[in-house]
Design a protein around this ligand. Structure first.
Ligand SMILES: [Cu+2]
Length: 385
């Protein structure tokens, strides 16, 4: 609200200044002032120097942003095999852009200054220069073609998954407003069919329980992944467009209602190891410093202090999908193969969970009318545990 008020005040002040200059101009009519509206040497000089000032402004802004915010983008420390390639591509693009923009901006502004208008100066008629045009067309064309080809090569490498030869672990990521559900394919590594029409009671992912492949499927409320194993994510959406975004693994794929999309990667760093890396420790220490400062203020106001932050990999939604989009996230735990197997073996299959639910219903322990069962992801998660 305060910023809005400040903005309104700034706009009103600008309007007032503009009106004042108009009044000032009107008072000059008939005086000695130059009202010809044609730029004189003085105007041209001022504009020439302003060009230089703007160049300095661009450079200073760039330097300040790199120093102050340069640590925000994730451009190293990727936690997946292909992530290294994505980071390399990003670095090459950024360095190229940085290099080219530094030079071209300097040239642009310098020449605008050098050839500013001067009384008596005449523009030179210059039809064309084939050599110059070849240079500035061919160099960018080769550079861009190189970048695009390298990008295409990286993209094909990342997106092409030979499911027969590589035999990746199949995991379903199911997006809904506003959260995620996970389904493991079980022993057979094949997901049972699923459709939104089968959603009923605690079967909130719409798994077709008549499908033999669905019998060993396991639902989870946390995404656990084994280190060093290729995982292929089969991605669905219940309602609107979402985007499954796992920034630390350099992975993102749209979740489209009515179709299955996929993305595959191999996690290379466990959650525990990632917490130990110097980059992450520095980030976490910084976050906790901000939290501690905020807590002081909260405690002073008689509120509860914030808990210290510990790092966890996250699955986020990266498509604005509704009012609670900002909170659409799920914890990802990368662990050793043994720990992962142990964690998964403690889970019951969806079929078993539903069967025991039906049994309880027959014994009159729970509400039998499925329409009265409130489907809540946390409730399902507790039941599955
Ligand atoms: Cu979403």
């Amino acid at each position: 609200m305060t910023s809005l008020l400040v903005l309104v005040v700034l706009v009103l002040v600008s309007v007032a200044i503009w009106q004042l200059t108009k009044i000032f101009d009107l008072t000059q009519v008939g005086g000695d002032a130059d009202n010809s509206q044609v730029a004189n040497d003085n105007d041209n000089n001022v504009n020439g120097y302003l060009m230089f000032a703007f160049l300095v402004f661009i450079y200073i802004t760039t330097i300040v942003c790199v120093v102050k915010y340069g640590h925000f983008p994730l451009m190293s420390n990727s936690a997946s095999e292909h992530g290294v390639e994505v980071d390399r591509l990003m670095w090459i693009s950024m360095i190229l852009i940085f290099f080219v923009q530094t030079i071209t901006q300097a040239l642009l502004h310098f020449f605008a200054y050098k050839y500013r208008g001067k009384k008596g100066n005449k523009a030179l008629y210059f039809a064309d220069n084939n050599k110059l045009e070849m240079i500035w067309s061919i160099i960018p064309a080769i550079t861009l073609a190189g970048l695009i080809l390298y990008g295409l090569y990286a993209w094909t490498n990342i997106m092409f998954v030979d499911e027969e030869a590589e035999n990746p672990m199949v995991v379903e990521v199911y997006a809904y407003q506003f959260g995620w559900k996970i389904r493991y394919a079980g022993e057979d590594n094949v997901l049972g069919k699923a459709n939104v029409r089968y959603i009923e009671g605690i079967n909130d992912m719409g798994v077709d329980l008549a499908d033999p492949n669905a019998q060993d499927d396991i639902q989870a409320s946390e995404l656990h992944l084994p280190k060093g194993v290729k995982v292929v994510f089969k991605i669905r959406s219940q309602d609107v467009l979402h985007s499954a975004y796992m920034p630390h693994f350099r992975a993102q794929m749209n979740c489209v209602p009515g179709m299955v999309t996929q993305f595959a990667f191999t996690p290379t760093i466990t959650t525990l190891d990632m917490r130990e890396t110097p980059e992450m420790q520095e980030k976490v220490a910084n976050i906790n410093k901000i939290r501690a400062d905020k807590s002081k203020q909260l405690v002073a106001d008689g509120k509860e202090a914030l808990d210290p932050y510990t790092f966890d990999f996250l699955l986020l939604c990266n498509k604005i999908c509704g009012k609670s989009h900002y909170n659409m996230q799920m914890k990802i735990v990368v662990e050793s193969k043994e720990d992962f197997k142990k964690w998964l073996s403690e889970k019951t299959t969806i079929a078993q969970t539903i069967k025991s639910q039906e049994k309880k219903a027959e014994e009159g322990e729970v509400e039998t009318d499925s329409t009265k069962v409130v489907v809540d992801s946390t409730l399902v998660a507790q039941k599955l545990k």
